[in-house]
Design a protein around this ligand. Structure first.
Ligand SMILES: Nc1ncnc2c1ncn2[C@@H]1O[C@H](COP(=O)(O)OP(=O)(O)O)[C@@H](O)[C@H]1O
Ligand SMILES: Cc1ncc(COP(=O)(O)O)c(N)n1
Length: 287
């Protein structure tokens, strides 16, 4: 059996914590072979996004066709899609090559506030791309923009999820990173009525750059390996929790998560190492 091949279609983050870079690091950590199609190049670091250049249409199409004409993909994830044309071309490729297990992370605004998707592209995303997905993973502000429903509690969250499914989306995992409370709880609902929630203690950290990218990349990787949706999301949740719990403290702003933390933790557990793990993960930095 060959290694599962997983494609990310997203923007480049020069700071390495989000976008294509986060996705490829995550794929490598989860044991799948990562491929990438760049939609945009961002000049970005832990302080914010300094500049964005969208990849020209012909070059975007050429990348998609290079992948489609050679590789047997087991899953695809999308991140920053920039504008309506990019979305239209991605949809064409998904249909032409019958790419399976499409996970859409509907990236709209970077944590620093910089827009990563044109306002008029939100409708294109909803109408053209989301119906092809097996899962869409909005955070709370993205869910509000997709549905027009303000999310203040579990019942408004549920209403918004049902409203998104009514538009033909197969399944939604509404992420809880932006909500308040002692837990970070993500809610899943799909067209069959299946639902589950993933909950971990909310960590008090500013090192959250690229959490959504990393999380959705881990889900795509786990689906590519043949895991069920619930298992894929559960593993991804543990992966992002470890990546947030043991940050690297690099850069002077909102730093990246630690993509290797889950593996290092598992390896040490397997080796029966009982000593405190702090020093291994924190590389001698203070919190
Ligand atoms: N402070 C935190 N502590 C624990 N988990 C978190 C925290 N912030 C985000 N998460 C989790 O990280 C994943 C990504 O969520 P979120 O940060 O909402 O996405 P995005 O990066 O798209 O805004 C979700 O599983 C969410 O629950
Ligand atoms: C290229 C790119 N893609 C996605 C994000 C979102 O990540 P975050 O929400 O953590 O800023 C980003 N900042 N840059």
């Amino acid at each position: 059996m060959t290694v599962p091949q997983v494609l990310t279609i997203a923007g480049s983050d020069s700071g390495g914590g989000a976008g294509i870079q986060a996705d490829l690091k995550t794929f490598q950590e989860r044991g799948v072979f990562g491929l990438s199609v760049l939609t945009a190049v961002t000049a970005q670091n832990t302080l914010g996004v300094q500049r964005v250049g969208v990849v020209e249409p012909e070059l975007l199409s050429a990348q998609l066709d290079s992948i489609g004409s050679d590789f047997q993909l087991a899953a695809v994830k999308t991140g920053m899609l920039a504008d309506p044309f990019t979305i239209e071309r991605v949809v064409e490729a998904v249909m032409t090559y019958s790419w399976p297990n499409l996970v859409v992370d509907p990236v709209m605004v970077a944590k620093g506030g910089h827009s990563l998707l044109e306002q008029q592209a939100i409708d294109t995303l909803k109408q053209l791309l989301l119906p092809h997905s097996v899962l869409v993973t909005p955070n709370t502000p993205e869910m509000e923009l997709l549905t027009g429903i303000p999310i203040t509690d579990d019942s408004s969250a549920r209403r918004a999820m049902e409203s998104l499914l009514e538009t033909g989306v197969y399944a939604v995992l509404l992420k809880g990173g932006h909500r308040k409370g002692p837990t970070a709880t993500d809610l899943y609902l799909d067209q069959t009525g299946k639902e589950f929630r993933l909950s971990t203690p909310r960590l008090d950290t500013t090192q959250t750059h690229g959490t959504g990218c990393t999380f959705s990349a881990a889900i795509a990787a786990e689906l590519a390996k043949g895991n069920s949706m619930e298992r894929a999301c559960g593993t991804a949740k543990q992966f992002i929790q470890a990546a947030l719990a043991y940050p690297l403290h690099i850069g002077s702003g909102h730093g990246p998560t630690h993509h290797a933390a889950y593996r290092l933790f598992e390896e040490r557990k397997e080796a029966g190492v009982n000593e405190r793990t702090e020093s291994v993960f924190h590389y001698g930095h203070s919190r």
